[in-house]
Design a protein around this ligand. Structure first.
Ligand SMILES: Nc1ncnc2c1ncn2[C@@H]1O[C@H](COP(=O)(O)OP(=O)(O)OP(=O)(O)O)[C@@H](O)[C@H]1O
Ligand SMILES: [Mg+2]
Length: 251
């Protein structure tokens, strides 16, 4: 479960008890893009197996926090640990460290075009498993399994750039799942999807949750949030339901 180390822990299931061995642990994490401060003194722990929904106004730092979880940005002050290991810019330059992190925590971007770059769907899904040095047999098994799991076997030979938005989203999720990560970050997963694909994705997120994955989901969609969240992280000025388990950060 999430724990804040300060008094902002309102209605939190575990109150403000300091976490032992959280999977994801931010401590006084501060980050600015050049002039723009995006994350202010974030202290937040997320335990393995939890589904956490990030909610907040546009520009409140949700996407930036997901990037930090995946080791794509690094703090100017404070620290971030994944499963006890501090994730720093210097350590991420070590290929074996960064590959291990990317294998354990995946990121499904809001914009699938930012994520897909291979000539075929099959190559796209195989890319991550190749990168972490899996054998040819294992890579091919993972590609087959994830194509089946996402119901996109028929897209196997297609060029990702020529797919519809909903098809791209499934391929992007397949790419992340082919790494069999412990934790998955989703940025606005329902944006741009039709009602049928939204319903499918909601069911799929529930399956991942039931399988024990740690999910961190940034969304403006209250019904998605209500369906999957173990608890909420409200960012900035945003005030959601005060009666749901939540913590409040980045004030
Ligand atoms: N690449 C970037 N360069 C400079 N500033 C950025 C960049 N990305 C985000 N920011 C700024 O950082 C702040 C947080 O942005 P972020 O994208 O994390 O917000 P968000 O909560 O995801 O918003 P939204 O709900 O609109 O997706 C904003 O002020 C934004 O303008
Ligand atoms: Mg965003």
């Amino acid at each position: 479960m999430a724990h804040v180390h300060e008094t902002e822990a309102l209605h939190h299931p575990h109150g403000s008890t300091p976490a032992e061995g959280a999977l994801i642990a931010f401590d006084d994490f501060c980050f600015a893009y050049d002039e723009t401060v995006a994350l202010r003194h974030i202290t937040l722990d997320i335990d393995a197996g939890d589904t956490v929904v990030l909610m907040g106004d546009n520009g409140s730092g949700k996407s930036t926090l997901l990037k930090a979880i995946c080791g794509l940005i690094h703090p100017q002050q404070g620290s971030y640990r994944f499963d006890g290991a501090q994730v720093t810019e210097q350590r991420m330059r070590d290929a074996s460290f960064s590959k291990r992190l990317h294998a354990r925590v995946g990121f499904v971007f809001q914009d699938s075009d930012a994520q897909l770059f291979c000539p075929s769907v099959e190559d796209e899904i195989a890319f991550g498993p190749w990168q972490i040095g899996l054998s040819e047999d294992e890579v091919s098994r993972r590609v087959d399994d994830t194509l089946a799991l996402l119901g996109i076997g028929h897209l196997r030979g297609r060029a990702p750039w020529a797919l519809s938005g909903g098809e791209k989203k499934r391929v992007a999720i397949a790419c992340v799942l082919s790494m069999n990560p412990d934790a998955l970050c989703f940025d606005e997963p329902l944006a741009g999807l039709d009602a049928k694909t939204q319903a499918w994705l909601l069911g799929f997120l529930k399956q991942l949750k039931a399988a024990g994955k740690t999910l961190i989901i940034a969304t403006h969609d209250q019904s998605l949030a209500d369906e999957v969240a173990d608890y909420f992280v409200y960012m900035g000025e945003y005030h959601g339901y005060g009666d749901r388990p939540h913590t409040h950060i980045n004030l």
